[in-house]
Design a protein around this ligand. Structure first.
Ligand code: AMP
Ligand code: ZN
Length: 301
């Protein structure tokens, strides 16, 4: 019998992750949060001269946005919509009775105008479209949000609610591709200095169903998504960052235009903050005080 505790068990025993009874939904320790804060500060430092517009949205988008963006077409299995009780006294009595007797009460919940954010960059596209044509230099954003994906799992790297820090570029194809190249090099340098082993590999999003198979292949073939993978809790290394080139997909969906009226191109680099923290704890130990001097210096120096 294998008595070695899993990495999730170790993170829970150390108090870094607090289980809730639902797979992929955890509390975080102060030390875990500090690692994320320090990591984010290192990222901010790298991008400090780029002039990014810093924006923070709550971890929700409008339901309309989930509909318009095509998210339900591509990733219905991951989406989270917010439902609420909208009845009167009588319905309320029935609701409580159902909860008491263990009956399903959720059928009576009504969809609100709110859905959970699937990726930190989602709120930016309709916002940009509403603000008018892009300037010659394009636009660059710094966003961070908790994101929801319905993918319950006992893999600590696969959470249902996790944070994504992103830089998002909108402009000409050249501007967006240069941005992506720059961040791939910056990420390699940062993760190398954090003494984590990594690889950058072609990837695809988990497009749903049979129709999604073609989209996965085409995304991979065209090199539209690259991921930085790091070994963490599984035999297969885990995607901890992604470098995405959307071409004009989001721009045509929402109407984001260049100064000459042509559809803009967009791209984003996404840092999976929990995965990066988990990778650091996995490789350097469960107590940050024992981490290598160089890593400590970079994060806390
Ligand atoms: P994606 O939009 O799928 O490329 O996600 C961007 C980054 O978010 C990924 O590279 C991961 O680091 C992180 N991420 C995606 N899904 C999850 C998840 N279920 N749990 C934790 N982190 C995730
Ligand atoms: Zn993004």
């Amino acid at each position: 019998m294998d008595a070695t505790p899993s990495f999730l068990d170790q993170m829970i025993a150390a108090g870094h992750l607090v289980p809730t009874g639902v797979d992929g939904l955890y509390g975080r320790s102060g030390m875990f949060e500090d690692v994320i804060a320090r990591f984010e500060a290192a990222v901010t430092d790298i991008g400090k001269d780029d002039g990014a517009e810093v924006l923070r949205f709550p971890p929700a988008v409008t339901r309309k946005q989930i509909e318009t963006s095509g998210y339900m077409k591509s990733f219905p299995q991951l989406a989270g919509t917010v439902h609420s009780f909208c009845g009167g006294d009588h319905d309320h009595a029935l609701l409580l009775e159902k909860i008491d007797t263990g009956e399903d009460w959720t059928q009576d919940q009504v969809a609100t105008d709110v859905a959970l954010t699937p990726a930190a960059c989602y709120p930016l596209y309709p916002m940009m479209a509403a603000q008018g044509a892009l300037p010659e230099a394009g636009r660059l954003f710094d966003v961070q949000s908790y994101c929801f994906r319905h993918e319950p799992s006992t893999d600590p790297c696969r959470m249902q609610l996790f944070r994504m820090r992103e830089y998002v570029r909108a402009g000409t194809p050249d501007q967006v591709q240069d941005f992506r190249e720059l961040w791939i090099e910056r990420a390699k340098s940062l993760i190398g200095q954090l003494e984590l082993p990594f690889d950058v590999v072609p990837a695809n999003d988990p497009f749903f169903g049979r129709a999604g198979k073609m989209m996965k292949l085409s995304q991979r073939d065209q090199g539209l998504k690259l991921e930085m993978v790091i070994p963490v809790a599984n035999a297969q290394p885990t995607a901890c960052l992604s470098f995405n080139y959307h071409q004009d997909h989001f721009a045509t969906t929402w109407g984001v235009e260049l100064a000459d009226g042509a559809p803009a191109h967009t791209g984003c680099v996404g840092f999976g903050l929990e995965r990066l923290a988990l990778a650091l704890f996995k490789h350097h130990g469960l107590d940050v005080r024992g981490w290598p001097a160089g890593v400590r210096g970079l994060l806390w120096g």
